[in-house]
Write a protein that binds this ligand. Sequence first.
Ligand code: FMN
Length: 232
Amino acid sequence: MLDRILEGAIRGTSSSGNMQAFSIIVTTDPALKQALYPLHFEQDMVLEAPAFVTFCADFHRMRRWLEASDAPDNFDNLMSFMIGAIDAILVAQSAALAAEQEGLGLCFLGTTLANCAAISEVLQLPANVVPVVGFSLGYAAEAPGPRDRLPTHGLVHRNVYQAPDVREIYEARQSRGWARYMQDDQLRAMVEASGVQNLAQLYTTVKYTRESHQAYSATILDCLERQNFLAG
Ligand SMILES: Cc1cc2nc3c(=O)[nH]c(=O)nc-3n(C[C@H](O)[C@H](O)[C@H](O)COP(=O)(O)O)c2cc1C
């Protein structure tokens, strides 16, 4: 089933110049999943689901082919990383949709990028390969209801960008999102301990702090440099 999902995703996904500048790493080995677990901030699905799938921007393969073919290598720069990252993200979403079609469940983990350097070591990634997104994959143990979305008119602009009416666009999110945190004993305790008063404050005081985002940004830049994507 996994082969069918990934082959279908690869077949059906556009890729810049058809270079397919991505690699997909399917981790099922329990020892490796255990090594990934702390790097994904001990989110239980990494251990509980039978597979963790990591999608990487990858110019390693392409660059080796260029070298073997006496062709110039122009892929040690940020543009190349972005091309690989876009390819990797597109194929990941295709695989996610295919997996759901097969009746599987998955959860994307942003920790894949936040901890890209350490995850690269566990997965033994060579130069010019950077993990970008990943998801745990298996049969879902729960069937939670759908999460809300911002209203479409707040996301879609006709012809040119329309100034957003921020209050209106976030009105339902502010109240429903807050209610969601309050319904769960563990989450409510965390919110109460933090002293935040609304969902917006929760986002940037608890979930996405300046310190954490600065630290992740430094990790990503360091990883890109080490993986030879910042040569200029
Ligand atoms: C790039 C990315 C990173 C994510 N990281 C996490 C994560 O670390 N932990 C988690 O539980 N969910 C994570 N999610 C899942 C989102 O929270 C989820 O997609 C969102 O709440 C909407 O829910 P839905 O996908 O069920 O509609 C991530 C999703 C994306 C796209």
